[in-house]
Design a binder for this molecule. Structure first.
Ligand code: BES
Ligand code: MN
Length: 466
């Protein structure tokens, strides 16, 4: 084992250079002009996996390709081994090579796809979310393979290109490759830790529903002096409509929205209080004049264990410089709701849409376009696998790990559970100040290095766990 850790230590500079190569691909899954970049990025990744000694393939899908890379060679090999009495454990590492759109570009201190190193921070779109994080696992496996250290288990990497747009094709892929991907647990580093001194096992994620609402008014933009006053303004109507969806206490004002929400246990509320981040620190980090949230819950609870209704984008009328006196023809909002355990995405989608239709005025026409959806995820932090992961975190970071519930979503983990019957261990390496989905995204090289060590130790711990 020491030889693996020594290998990691010796090769950090090269690992960072390789990660920079990976980061140079503008693999933005949401934007169709990057389709070729997605393929090039997947090819690069598969090639890299081969270089470190994995058996890798690029699997095309109806959308962006999935890279599958294995330590265990040909398909038949595992099948044969499985037939043996003491078959080796098999774990899957999941990650995503797609990234969020880099806009607004003018807020980046250096171009998003030209990685820049400043002391121990590596800046580029996709550093923390998620290229840097799953790359740490690849480097750990490289260390085993290149030092001829036997791995105590079989590993399969599944790195997809559609996580940031809902993972629609990976779910299908899991079903059609169930036998090959069947495993004892899935390991995902695509979440966060409260700060650099607190490695974390995340045992809950929020679910999500996405949709777009458009209010259509006049058949074209109108002169607001000639017609304004006698036709409804779709931008105003949308503002008022959306304004009705939040009450004085910061709660979502949609009947039934909270009906199924699983209450927090006393134990969980106590655990939340142990986390190191204070409200003032968060307020400063985020640059808000004051924090805001649902009354009756702490900031940490609001961020991870309570459902929300968020406007992600709001568009209407003239956006250019100067003024233009029009009544816009339409107004549109991109919305996501974060969901918590026991809320059913289809049901919440229905009650939200029904309510919008009910309160929409007759002066505009409401159009709703449904997007992706996923339920929340919750897994026991007490399982033998989770305990093994905590041991690996403790050794790698030389710090006591914390248990987290987090507010982000990784829709596919539900499918790992349903299709592969495998729990997911969420072992995130991201920091709150990493600017995921924001300009100047970065990854901390200490997290990168500790993450590699964690991964190296993890396979020993997991393989020994029941
Ligand atoms: N890595 C995030 C999810 C995340 C971040 C979980 C921080 C927990 C803590 C992931 O890449 C992501 O951004 N997911 C999307 C999913 C959506 C597009 C379906 C999200 O949460 O918005
Ligand atoms: Mn993301």
């Amino acid at each position: 084992m020491q030889v693996v850790l020594d290998y990691l230590k010796r090769n950090q500079a090269r690992f960072v250079a390789e990660l920079c190569e990976f980061l140079r691909f503008p693999s933005v899954s949401a934007q169709s002009q990057h389709k070729k970049d997605m393929i090039a990025c997947a090819d690069w990744l598969a090639n890299h996996c081969r270089q470190i000694g994995l058996d890798a393939k690029v699997c095309p899908t109806a959308g962006h390709p999935i890279v599958v890379a294995k330590t265990w060679g040909r398909k038949a090999e595992r099948g044969k081994r499985k037939a043996e009495k003491n078959s080796r454990p098999h774990f899957m590492v999941y990650g995503h090579y797609d990234v969020q759109p880099p806009e607004p570009l003018d807020l980046w201190k250096s171009p998003p796809f030209e990685p820049r190193l400043a002391s121990r921070s590596l800046f580029a779109r996709g550093t923390t979310d998620n290229k840097g994080q799953h790359f740490a696992h690849l480097k750990a496996v490289e260390a085993y393979l290149k030092t001829d250290t036997p791995l105590p288990c079989d590993l399969t990497f599944a790195i997809e290109g559609e996580e940031e747009v809902g993972s629609a094709n990976l779910a299908k892929f899991l079903k059609s490759h169930r036998a090959e991907l069947k495993c004892d647990a899935v390991v995902v580093s695509d979440t966060g830790m409260p700060d650099a001194d607190h490695p974390a096992l995340t045992y809950a994620l929020r679910g999500i529903i996405a949709f777009e609402i458009t209010l259509h008014g006049p058949s074209r933009d109108l002169h607001s002096g000639i017609f304004g006053g006698a036709v409804d303004n779709p931008a105003m109507a949308l503002s008022q409509l959306l304004g009705k969806l939040r009450d004085q206490n910061g709660r979502v004002a949609i009947p039934g929205f909270y009906d199924d929400v699983a209450p927090l246990s006393t134990y969980e509320r106590k655990e939340f209080k142990r986390l190191p981040t204070t409200d003032l620190e968060l307020q400063k980090l985020l640059g808000v004049p004051k924090l805001f949230g649902e009354r009756g819950f702490t900031t940490m609870e609001q961020r991870s264990a309570r459902p929300t209704f968020e406007i992600n984008g709001l568009t209407s009328g003239y956006q250019g410089t100067g003024s233009k006196t029009i009544v816009p023809a339409w107004a549109r909002a991109k919305i996501t709701c974060r969901l918590v355990p026991n809320q059913n995405p289809a049901h919440i989608r229905k009650i939200v849409c029904d309510h919008l239709r009910k309160i929409c005025p007759l002066t505009v026409r409401l159009e709703i376009e449904a997007g992706h959806g996923a339920e929340a995820y919750l897994v026991s932090p007490k399982s033998p696998h989770a305990q093994a992961a905590l041991r690996a975190l403790r050794q790698a970071f030389n710090r006591e790990p914390v248990l987290l519930r987090e507010g982000g979503s990784i829709p596919i983990v539900n499918d790992f559970q349903k299709v592969l019957d495998a729990d997911t261990l969420l072992l995130g390496l991201g920091l709150p100040e990493d600017n995921a989905h924001s300009p100047n995204e970065k990854f901390d090289l200490d997290c990168f290095e500790n993450g590699q060590r964690m991964s190296a130790l993890l396979w020993q711990e997991l393989a020994a766990a029941v």
